[in-house]
Design a protein around this ligand. Structure first.
Ligand SMILES: Cc1cc2nc3c(=O)[nH]c(=O)nc-3n(C[C@H](O)[C@H](O)[C@H](O)COP(=O)(O)O)c2cc1C
Length: 193
C-alpha cells in the first residue's frame, strides 16, 4: 500500500486548511492509499539553530519531534502540504518544520547523498488558504513550498489556492471548495499511480 504524507500545520483543528487536506486525503484513501498525517502544531519543533553540525553527515543533532519525521518522509511515496496564510506567507509552524530540513540540503548539495535519490523524486502537492482575496500571498507561500520540495527531492505536481475564508471551518459552507480539494486529491493520485 502506498503512503501519502499529509502535512497539516494549522493550530486550528477543523479549520479551513484542515478541512481541505482532509478532503484531499479522503480521495487518496478512496484510491487505496494510506495517509500519514503530521499535525505540525502538536509537535515539539525547535527552529533550525544554523549550527551546521549536519554539514558533516546530513543528520540534524537537535533532539526533538523532527527526528521521527525524516524517516517517515523517506518511507512515504508522496506529500501534500496545506498551509493557512499568515502575514502573506506559510504559517510559522510550517516554516520551522521546513527549515529543519537544512540537513537534507547539506545531504543533497554538499555531501551529494540525498536521502531521496535525484532520480526517484517524490511527487508533492500544495494547498493554501487565506482570508484576503489577493494572489500574491498564495504565490509567496507557493514559492517557499517549491524551494522546500526542491531541496528534499520532491517535485511539485500541482497546487490549489483558496482565498476569502477566515472564520474557523468556514470553508465547510462551500461545498464547491471541498469538492475541488477532493478532485485535486483524486487527480493527483491518478497522475502518480
Ligand atoms: C496570525 C495570522 C495572520 C494572518 N495573516 C493573513 C494574511 O496575511 N493574509 C491572508 O489572506 N490571511 C491571513 N490570515 C487569515 C488566515 O489565513 C485564515 O483565517 C485561514 O482561513 C486560516 O486557515 P486555518 O483555519 O486552516 O488555520 C491570518 C491569520 C492569522 C491567525
Amino acid at each position: 500500500m502506498k503512503t501519502l504524507m499529509a502535512i497539516a500545520p494549522s493550530p486550528r483543528r477543523g479549520g479551513n486548511s484542515d478541512l481541505l487536506i482532509n478532503e484531499f486525503c479522503r480521495a487518496a484513501e478512496d484510491a487505496g492509499w494510506r495517509i500519514d498525517l503530521v499535525r505540525v502544531n502538536d509537535l515539539k519543533i525547535k527552529p533550525c539553530q544554523a549550527c551546521d553540525a549536519c554539514a558533516k553527515d546530513g543528520r540534524c543533532i537537535v533532539q526533538d519531534d523532527m527526528q521521527a519525521i525524516y524517516s517517515r518522509v523517506i518511507e512515504s511515496d508522496a506529500m501534500v502540504v496545506a498551509s493557512p496564510i499568515t502575514f502573506g506567507s506559510v504559517n510559522a509552524q510550517l516554516k520551522a518544520f521546513i527549515d529543519r530540513f537544512q540537513c537534507w540540503w547539506h545531504a543533497k548539495y554538499n555531501l551529494k547523498t540525498p536521502f531521496i535519490p535525484d532520480d526517484a523524486k517524490h511527487p508533492g502537492f500544495f494547498i493554501c488558504v487565506g482570508a484576503i482575496k489577493r494572489d500574491a500571498f498564495c504565490e509567496n507561500a507557493l514559492l517557499i513550498v517549491k524551494v522546500f520540495f526542491h531541496n528534499i527531492n520532491h517535485k511539485l505536481a500541482g497546487q490549489i489556492a483558496f482565498r476569502g475564508y477566515d472564520e474557523k471551518g468556514e470553508i465547510a459552507k462551500d461545498p464547491e471548495a471541498l469538492a475541488k480539494a477532493y478532485q485535486a486529491g483524486k487527480d493527483f493520485i491518478a497522475s502518480i499511480s
